[in-house]
Every structure is written in C-alpha cells, then in structure tokens.
Design a protein around this ligand. Structure first.
Ligand code: ADP
Ligand code: MG
Length: 697
C-alpha cells in the first residue's frame, strides 16, 4: 500500500496544508486514491487554443489571454450587475461578460493570465463577446503545462475545491505514483479485453495523450476510462458472487420434499390454470426449496401478473413439510387483503392462517404469538414488524416479502442476525431493468412472470389536457352505469402536500355533489388515521363506493378487480414507473379497462416523453428501461435505495454493456479459480466497505 502511493493522504501533496486538506476531506477526498478515482466530468481541448482574432459567433471557444481592464457595472435593471473584462492575446482583444456574479470583482484583477471557455456571441453588429464563460486563472510557472496546451480534464467543483485545484493535485499525485500499482484485474482477463494497466489508465484518464480523441474522452469510451470502469464493475461483481457463494454454504433448517400428495394438495387450492410464467416461476422456487441452502429469490412480475398465487403455492409446499411461513406486506391494508385472500384459498386445507399487524389488539396479539411459537399457526400474514419484533416461530421455513424490494434485502439481514436461515422470496411489481437488477439484486436469483393471465384485455391509455376533462367524465359515467368502479389519483409531493390534499378533497366534493351525485365517492389520503383509511378501502373493495379519490396510497398492490378506470390527475408530476404502477390497479379482470393521464399544459419535454411512453406500451419491463433512461438510476427508486451500491466511476446507464461483461468475467473467474472460503470472506469484507453496502443482506 505504502509504496504504491495510492493510500497517501492528500495532505502530503504540494501546497496542501491542514486547511486545504480539510476542504478536500469535506469534498470526500482523503487519499490519492480518492482523488485519482474521481473522473473528470468532461475534457477540454486546450491544445489548440483559438486566437481571439479568429473567433466566430455561434461557437463555443477556448482562448487564453491577459486581462487589460475589468470591473463591475450596474445595469438599468435594479440590482442586476454585470462583470466585464477586456481580455487580449497577441492577435486581438475581446469583451468578456459575466451576468449577475458581482463576487467576481474579488477574483479577477488586471494583468491576470486566464483561460476562458464559453460561447462566442455577437455584440451589436460588429464586435464579439464571450458570455458567462468558464474561467481559470493561471498562476505563472506551472499554468502553461498543466492547464493549457493539451487536452485538460475538467473536474466537478465540490465545495471550495475548484476544478483547477483538483487538476493540479491530480497532476502532482500522478507524478508521485509508482508504476507498480497492485493490479486488481487478473492479467489474462486484462490482456484479453485489451485493457491498459492501472497505472497507464490513471494517467491517460486524467491527462490524456496528445493523440487521444476528445470525443471518445467525453463519452468515457477511451481504453483508459473503460479499464477503470471495468475494474470497478469487476470488483463489484466479484463481491456479489462471493456473497452468493457464501450464502450457498449456509445450511437451512430442512430442505423441503415434494411428492404426489403435496402436488395434489396444491391442485386443490388452485382456483385457476396457471400461466406459463407462473408455472415456470413456481418450478424455480420449488426447486430452490428442495436445495440444502436457503433460497434468495426475487419474483418479478408486472402488476396483475399473479405473483400471490405462486407464493402461496410455494408456501403450501413448505407447510406440507411441517414448516411455518411468514408472509409480509408493506402496509396493513395490503396485509389484510393478502390475509383474506389466503385464508379463503386455504379453506379446503388443514392449515391455519393468522393476521398480525400493528393494530392487532394486545390480547389477541399475545394469543397469536403463543400459537406461532407453538407451531399451531402455519402461516402468518403481517407487515414487516413480523420479523423485526418479538415474534418467535417454532419452525420458520419460508419468508415471503411482497411489494417490498426496498426492504426485502434488509429483512433478510435481520433474519440472519436472529440465527434464522429460512428460504426467502421477495416479490416486486416494479420491474427492474437488467443492469439495476444485476447491481441491486446481484446476489438474488430472479424469476420472472412476463405475461398476464389469459383473457385480460390490454388497458387503453390516453393522455388528456385538463381542458378535456368533460370527455373523461362522459366516459366514466358509462362505466359507472355498467357497474364498474373508478380511481382518481392525486399526486402528493412533500413540499406542496397541503395544496394537493386540498385539491384531492375538493375534487372528491365536486365529483360527489356536481358530477356524479347518484354514485358514492370516497376519499383516501395519507393523513387519515389507519382505521379510517381501512374503512374507505374496504368500502371500495366491497363496491359500496364507486369512485375512490386518493393520494398515492393505493399505489402498491391493492386488488379491486371490478375497477376499470384509472384517472391520474397531474400526471405530469409522476415518474414513469409510478404511473405504470397506478395503471396496474385496473385491468385486473375481464372488463376492458382505461387509464386517463390528465395533465396541465405546458408540458416539459421530459414529462411529454413520460406520458408518451405510457400511451405507447403497457409492458412494465420496457417502461422500466425507459424510466431509467429518462431519470437516471439515482432517481429510479425515488430515493437512494437501501442496498444501492455507491459507485465511484460506474454510471449505470452509460456503462451497461461493461457491467454485463464484468458480470460474465467475474463469474467465470470464480468457476476457474475456486477461491477458498477464507479468500471469499476477505473479498466480501473489502467489498462491503468499498461499496458502502452496510448490512444489506
Ligand atoms: P400481482 O402479481 O400484481 O400481485 P395478483 O397476485 O394480485 O397480482 O393477481 C392479480 C389477479 O389475477 C388476482 O385477482 C388473481 O386472483 C388473478 N390471477 C392470478 N393468476 C391467475 C391465473 N393464472 N388465471 C386467472 N386469474 C389469475
Ligand atoms: Mg401483489
């Protein structure tokens, strides 16, 4: 470590005193390695800086020159100031302006040597100016070689650490670096993929050679950049695979056996014919149950694909083997819905089902806990409190976690700390694009149900401006008269929560009083007490309410097959995946269902793309891919995911193909070299630290 120089604290670089070191630390930069593993955000070709006399309007340009004069100027608009400078090189002089940045007064001074990069504009009819250019002030001796006269890296400014400061530090750090860096990549893989060494890659990434293509650099496609990205992806995949292999060594209480009697018992509870996707997934799950190590499986399937019955059949197999099952849902409403459904389906069986949620009264709760511990209850449905709280099972064999990709991974960890190694099945209706699945769920096996049960008609989707609300109501009337039910959804975004709540409340009133007085309208929102929410939800499920106006609480999992219209208000505010989830609340039966996306004009370009995506396809996987492209991985899950790795270089969208290659290479490396359990353990440790994956499973 020491001799390579990567671990050297930045304080040992030239010009870094305690104060600057503290600034760097705040920017997340502690060591030379931190510094060198932060990519530039872009590259600028300053090898051929333009002469001022040759500038043409309409093009961005890089120039270098000295300040002849500069100063702050007021404008006619009160409070609006312009900072102006005359900058000259040996060919000519140009006016440079920065709008509304009065602090520049303290930064620039006559005589300074600058590099400027920005758009060249016409000023009046004859002269040119540079407007709001990026700037760097060159200190005299080093300026020429590091900051100009070559392709230079431009770093993101973090806190007080400027791009230029980083460039100089990187330059220094690279000079001190010894060529014998420990190589993370197996040599055969590196050579086969034609990737440069780590040392060469770090140099060429930060200070590209003269013949490098500026275009390739800015697309992060040079061999040097690809090597560093691949390195991160490969290490990440190695860790993922190591964790998987370690999990395969964990023993579980008892592998399950399947025989004809069990198959017959499954057939008895099955109310319909399974789709091919359901059959295939069930087979994969039951195969896992029969293995000696615990299952870690994700069951993906679009909304309405029928995941519940698959999970229930797996549960049945476990119960027939004398094991208990915990079935967890993200909300009480959903837990209750699952409970009713499962209890009904298991009626012809000898198994006992119980519901356990936060609102189970204390006495009943105590009783159930005792029965669970004694093993007389075979299947418990509840919220995630089920594994977190004081529940002790007699023989827990299978945990099913519904609609909770967010917590599923964490819950597995919780179980493990309790010394339990049950089979775990996580179900999600948020289809996850392949690359994300590889990273977030890299150590899970994945089953997929791609088709919907037969007889479902694809949902018709239309985006409509607010002004055409009447047409929608006309249509809704027809559906209500035919006995169907309707959802009206309002967005609830934190900062405008109050206004939105008001809008939803007013809409419920208007619909009830003026638009559909002959039907019953219910209102559901997040600020209601749990039992009030439950009452409304149940009334809607029972058909006592025909229209449900709601904020997004119905988003996950609610199953009211008779509902055939989904109206999403302010559809422009929802993400694609979220819209898709909402749409999935209808189309759950044989009725033709419709979804109206009501928007406020004017639409932003991105919102237009989202709404278009929704009208063009109903395939959840395709929607997820589009969503990822539109929003980027950071926002894909709304907030940062528990268990989402922190990458230094990888961009999950840009680097998909490299991630794939890394996954294949890492897995074949494992197969070829068969590392020892101790080596695997070490790998997992460094891996969890490096990717900051604390306790995710
Ligand atoms: P999700 O995958 O969204 O959780 P559910 O399990 O709630 O979907 O199933 C949606 C609806 O489809 C339920 O009403 C369920 O009974 C029904 N269903 C599931 N599988 C089939 C099938 N193979 N044939 C007919 N209906 C099915
Ligand atoms: Mg479901």
């Amino acid at each position: 470590m020491k001799q390579s120089g990567l671990a050297t604290p930045l304080q040992f670089l030239k010009g870094v005193g305690p104060r600057r070191a503290a600034d760097l630390e705040r920017a997340g930069l502690l060591t030379v390695e931190d510094l060198l593993y932060r990519f530039p955000i872009r590259y600028e070709d300053r090898s051929r800086l333009q002469k001022i006399a040759t500038l043409r309007p309409g093009q961005p340009a890089s120039i270098t020159g000295r300040i002849l004069s500069c100063g702050l100027r007021s404008t006619r608009r009160p409070g609006f100031k312009i900072f102006e400078a005359a900058v000259a090189d040996d060919s000519s002089t140009i006016r440079v302006v920065w709008l509304n940045q009065p602090f520049l007064r303290d930064i620039f001074a006559t005589g300074q040597h600058l590099v400027l990069y920005g758009p060249v504009e016409m000023r009046g009819s004859v002269s040119l100016q540079l407007t709001n250019p990026q700037y760097e002030i060159l200190d005299d001796e080093e300026g020429e070689t590091i900051h100009t006269g070559r392709i230079v890296p431009v770093y993101e400014k973090t806190g007080t650490v400027t791009p230029k400061m980083q460039r100089r530090l990187v330059h220094d750090a690279l000079e001190k670096l010894t060529p014998e860096l420990p190589e993370h990549l197996p040599e055969d893989i590196r050579l086969r993929l034609k990737l440069p060494t780590r040392y060469a890659a770090l140099h060429a990434t930060h200070f590209p050679p003269e013949d490098a293509s500026i275009d390739a650099l800015n697309h992060f496609e040079t061999p040097a950049q690809r090597r560093l990205i691949f390195e991160e992806a490969f290490l990440f995949q190695m860790g993922v695979i190591a964790r998987r292999r370690a999990a395969e060594l964990e023993p579980k209480a008892a592998p399950v056996r399947v025989d004809d009697r069990i198959r017959e018992s499954a057939r008895r509870v099955l109310p319909f014919k399974l789709t091919d996707g359901q059959k295939q997934s069930l087979k994969e799950i039951v195969d896992d149950l029969q293995r000696p190590h615990p299952m870690n499986r994700l069951l993906q399937g679009d909304v309405g694909a029928g995941k519940t019955i698959v999970a229930l059949l797996a549960a049945l197999v476990a119960m027939e083997n004398g094991l208990q099952v915990a079935f967890m849902a993200p909300t009480e409403i959903l837990a209750e819905q699952h409970y009713l459904n499962i209890a009904r389906l298991l009626q012809p069986s000898r198994f006992r089902v119980a519901l356990l949620t936060g609102s189970t009264p204390a006495a009943a709760r105590r009783e159930r806990l005792a029965e669970i511990e004694a093993g007389t209850i075979n299947l418990v449905v509840g919220t995630h409190a089920l594994v977190q709280g004081d529940v002790a099972f007699e023989r827990l064999g299978l945990v099913v976690i519904d609609e909770q990709h967010r917590f599923g991974v964490l819950q597995r960890a919780t179980l493990r700390t309790k010394g339990l190694h049950p089979d775990v099945l996580v179900m999600t209706a948020t289809p996850i694009p392949r690359t994300l699945a590889l990273t977030v769920y890299g150590d899970l096996d994945v089953s997929m149900i791609r088709e919907l049960p037969a007889g479902r008609l694809p949902i018709r989707t239309a985006a409509k401006p607010e002004s055409r609300r009447d047409e929608i109501y006309e249509f809704v009337r027809g559906q209500l008269d035919a006995g169907r039910q309707v959802y009206v959804i309002y967005p609830l975004v934190e900062e405008s929560a109050k206004i939105d709540l008001k809008a939803a409340t007013e809409m419920a009133d208007t619909l009830q009083e003026s638009v559909f007085p002959q039907y019953r309208v219910g209102l559901l929102h997040g600020r209601m007490k749990t039992d009030a929410k439950d009452r409304v939800m149940k009334a809607f499920a029972a058909g006592d309410l025909q229209i449900l106006v709601s904020t997004t609480v119905v988003e996950v999992g609610i199953d009211v097959p008779n509902a055939s219209v989904m109206i999403v208000e302010h559809a422009e505010r929802f993400g694609l995946s979220q819209l898709h989830q909402l749409r999935g609340r209808v189309g759950r039966d044989r009725h033709q269902s419709s979804c109206f996306l009501v928007y406020q004009s004017p639409l932003s370009e991105e919102a237009r793309a989202r709404l278009k995506g929704m009208t063009e396809t109903t395939d959840g996987f395709e929607i997820a891919e589009r969503d990822l492209l539109l929003r980027g991985p950071g926002d894909f899950f709304g907030t940062r995911q528990a268990g989402m790795p922190t990458f230094r270089l990888i961009d999950l969208v840009r680097d998909r193909e490299l991630l794939d290659v890394a996954q294949r290479e890492a897995s074949s490396w494992f197969d070829r070299t068969r590392p020892s359990a101790a080596a695997v353990g070490r790998l997992i440790e460094t891996w969890e630290e490096r990717f900051r994956l604390i306790e995710v499973g």
